[in-house]
Design a protein around this ligand. Structure first.
Ligand code: SF4
Length: 323
């Protein structure tokens, strides 16, 4: 098979090296073909190649290499089959337990409510709340877990090495956390707005207490897709204790919004062999957004700048089991 320029870019962004014989790599593609290229990345051939690259990386890095599942073959141009969880059931499972009257808050009021919140004990140890960042009407919303030390210090989610990896991943599919077109930007928020002390795992009570803020953020952004990263984010949103390894590859829903599950960048930094799985998840998200637009628009088009449980846990910023 031949690798497109965008596929190469994504693999490079995620730290996966691709070897190909001289002349095997294609010439740069025009933008008009970019989306088709990423959609084609979901083909079995592409996945098999990524798997091979991952296996090579894993073999060089560590003996833990878990094999990457190989999806069924998909004919070029044919949408990959998706196992879609019924929206109603998912929404019911994620029923809000909101003690806050957040439903009528606009952005400034919501930000102020978060900044002054003392609804759980995390308010005592935080330096500041971490509200979120990105385009207020982004088509894609990234939801992580909880602030770590650097996020607590800077007041922005996904900073540091994990944040840089996230930015590279997002850039590879034409997304960023800035002010461009909403189709090419993301809004990034965490399920918890305050850092747990020493990055400990959040408690169910803390997650429930903070959930209304995220719900309101989703209601204001009105994303077409949620990309949930990390075990606590995923389990909190989907109200499940299933591992990420069993939840990925399926389109879930949260309050009617399609939701794709993937690993947290902090986990991927520790388990680079799983970057290929995250690549598959990004392709699924991009394909879903493109389908919603009725064609090749959202996701891996022209644009620039966005858990784990299945294995050893790895939450953000060194959390032990948040992957
Ligand atoms: Fe409030 Fe959420 Fe911070 Fe707890 S974590 S104090 S609920 S903002």
């Amino acid at each position: 098979m031949r690798w497109t320029e965008r596929q190469q870019t994504l693999l490079q962004a995620m730290g996966l090296r691709l070897w190909a014989p001289p002349g095997a790599l294609p010439a740069p593609m025009p933008d008009a073909g970019a989306t088709a290229a990423v959609a084609a990345a979901t083909t079995a051939a592409a996945t098999a190649a990524v798997t091979a690259a991952t296996a090579a990386t894993a073999a060089a890095a560590a003996p833990m290499a878990a094999p990457t599942p190989t999806p069924a073959a998909v004919a070029p141009g044919t949408p990959a089959p998706m196992a879609v969880q019924p929206a109603a059931a998912a929404a019911t499972a994620a029923t809000a337990r909101s003690p806050f009257p957040t439903d009528s808050l606009d952005w400034p009021a919501l930000r102020a409510a978060v900044a002054g919140c003392r609804a759980c004990g995390l308010c005592d140890s935080r330096r500041q709340t971490v509200f979120g960042v990105g385009h207020a009407r982004a088509h894609c919303m990234v939801v992580g877990e909880a602030p770590g030390e650097q996020e607590d210090a800077q007041g922005e989610p996904f900073v540091g090495a994990a944040g840089q990896l996230l930015d590279r991943m997002l850039a590879a599919v034409g997304l960023g956390r800035g002010d461009g077109s909403p189709a090419q930007q993301v809004f990034i928020a965490n399920t918890l707005k305050c850092r747990p002390p020493r990055n400990r795992n959040p408690t169910p009570e803390e997650l429930a207490a903070c959930r209304p803020f995220l719900q309101r953020q989703v209601a204001l952004v009105q994303p077409r897709l949620i990309l949930a990263m990390g075990r606590f984010a995923v389990q909190s949103l989907l109200d499940t204790d299933a591992p990420i390894g069993k939840l990925r590859g399926t389109v879930h829903h949260w309050h009617g919004v399609p939701l794709v599950v993937t690993y947290h960048p902090a986990y991927l930094l520790r388990q680079p062999a799983d970057k290929a799985k995250a690549w598959d998840d990004l392709c699924l998200a991009a394909e879903l957004m493109a389908r919603q637009d009725g064609g090749p628009t959202a996701g891996p088009t022209a644009g620039q700048t966005g858990g784990q449980t299945g294995g050893p846990n790895g939450g953000p910023n060194g959390r032990q089991d948040g992957g």
